[in-house]
Design a protein around this ligand. Sequence first.
Ligand code: G3P
Ligand code: CA
Length: 268
Amino acid sequence: MRTVSKIILIITSFLRAIFFKKKPIKTTNQPIWKIGHRGAAGYCPENTFVSFERAFEMGADYIELDVQLTKDGRLAVIHDTTVNRTTNGKGRVSDFTMDELKKLDAGSWFREEFKDEQIPELGEVLDRFVGRVGLLIELKKPLLYPSIEEKTAEELIKRNISKGNENIIVQSFDRKSMKRFHSILPSVPVGILVKYNGPGLSNMELRKIAEYASFINPKITIANKRVLNRISQHGLKAIIWTIRNRRDATRMKELQPAGIVADYPDLL
Ligand code: G3P
Ligand code: CA
């Protein structure tokens, strides 16, 4: 009896392998979204208005940005958990109020000409860009900021911009956080960032993610035909990140993802 089950298992695995091989990566001819990483981080200080405007001028379809919570519960647009690298200040984002963050110089570290740049608040970015360009909002380290999902949803609801089109996508490495965000605001699509080495996501994990997410967003180092095929076979779309040269841009475009994130949006 055990031998019979083994034979059945071998045959079904063999058939599954053939079936998966024959599936195309993507059947649509949709243009690939050009997504500016932290704005146009290759040209301007990341996550600032000057960077977002530059990405827009360069024809980005979406602007990617990072969000964290301040001491007074406001949503600051900044990548690192400290202000040390990208401002003239020192300390954790969570130890500053939004007004204190606003006093920091968020541009000089990149080049002196950007010295007047400030850390934006998410609400300001929404007010300035929704309707002009899409926004790919990454919730950074949600474990440090227990109410970040609710606060982000509130900002979208308040502005009546949660109507279920794809001009706003929320993403994170944290799956629990994205599941939570989806349960709060299911009309806004969410994505899971992945950069695993080794065996990668199991089919069971992919199925679980597909229950609440619309995107799985792989790092360029793991993006290939097989990975994109598996994502698409689970009914999910892929946004690949982060491209920094023309050769990689060409290589990643061949995979036909939904979007590509680049430091230099004009490479796309
Ligand atoms: O959009 C993906 C990318 O932004 C994730 O990595 O470190 O640049 O936030 P990181
Ligand atoms: Ca990011």
